[in-house]
Write a protein that binds this ligand. Structure first.
Ligand code: BTN
Length: 264
């Protein structure tokens, strides 16, 4: 199985004169956790950490993120020069860049399941964890981290993931060089991030072309309870408006959803 090479990525980035500073670890506790340490100590925007294995990968809502070799684990430290209310939209930007890259480079039709999953053929291919915090000077920063299932084999998933997760290698029936994927992602994300900062790209509006959630009948578990209804709208800030069974339209800023078939 091909490994990520720090040298290949750095050389590839230099030829495109991008501003990201890139660090690769074959094994790390969590790429998000490592970047928090750096950010707290005052590290500037643009540090990217990737790993091919995490020992304590973190998912949303305090869950673990299964991070075996063969996956790509990638985090960015950002200090976006836009209003704080806009920062949450960066999760959609990450998802959008991955989805469009998979379509263009690999002809794979990935979709986004609100609020942070990328799915392929109805299974989870990737998850994004975006965390806002403050550094030692009190300045806000954002860490956005993405786990992508790249070369894992079906027989290597733990039983609870076998039917729910998919890797690119499984979908394409061949292994990928993670360097190609990573380099394309870094280039495309840099460009998309720049457009986002300039107000030229609305990631939430554009992701609607790839939403597997909108218009669907959903079951949603949030901190306030469980709800069922129809996913009516994803607002410009990325929250989900659901017409619930009791006739009330509720707005959710987080949660886990399951899409229900219309006849159940
Ligand atoms: C989720 O679906 O719950 C989000 C998963 C996010 C996992 C990525 S892997 C890279 C980065 N480092 C972490 O510890 N978590 C994120």
């Amino acid at each position: 199985m091909e490994e990520i090479s720090q040298e290949k990525i750095q050389t590839g980035l230099r030829t495109h004169s991008l501003g990201w500073r890139f660090c690769f670890f074959s094994s790390v506790s969590s790429t998000n956790a490592l970047l928090h340490e750096k950010a707290k100590a005052g590290e500037e925007e643009g540090l990217v950490v990737a790993a091919s294995r995490q020992l304590q990968g973190r998912g949303r809502r305090g869950r673990d993120w299964f991070s075996s070799p063969g996956g790509l684990y990638l985090s960015f430290l950002l200090r976006p020069s836009v209003a704080l209310q806009e920062w949450g939209r960066i999760t959609f930007l990450m998802a959008l860049v991955l989805i469009e890259l998979l379509q263009e480079d690999y002809c794979l039709p990935a979709l986004m399941k609100w609020p942070n999953d990328i799915q392929l053929h109805g299974k989870k291919l990737s998850g994004i964890l975006t965390e806002l915090s403050r550094d030692g000077k009190g300045d806000y920063y954002l860490i956005t981290g993405m786990g992508v299932n790249v070369n894992q084999k079906r027989e290597h998933w733990p039983p609870h993931l076998t039917d729910r997760a998919i890797s690119l290698a499984e979908a394409l029936q061949q292994e990928l060089d993670p360097n190609d994927l990573l380099l394309s992602f870094l280039r495309n994300f840099q460009e998309a991030y720049h457009q986002f900062l300039q107000g030229q790209l609305d990631p939430v509006a554009r992701h609607l072309h790839y939403s597997s959630t909108l218009g669907q009948r959903v079951h949603l578990t949030s901190v306030t309870g469980d709800y069922q209804g129809q996913a009516l709208e994803i607002t410009p800030q990325g929250s989900l408006r659901v017409l619930c069974m009791d006739g009330i339209i509720r707005e959710f800023f987080e949660g886990d959803i399951t899409v229900r078939k219309m006849d159940t």
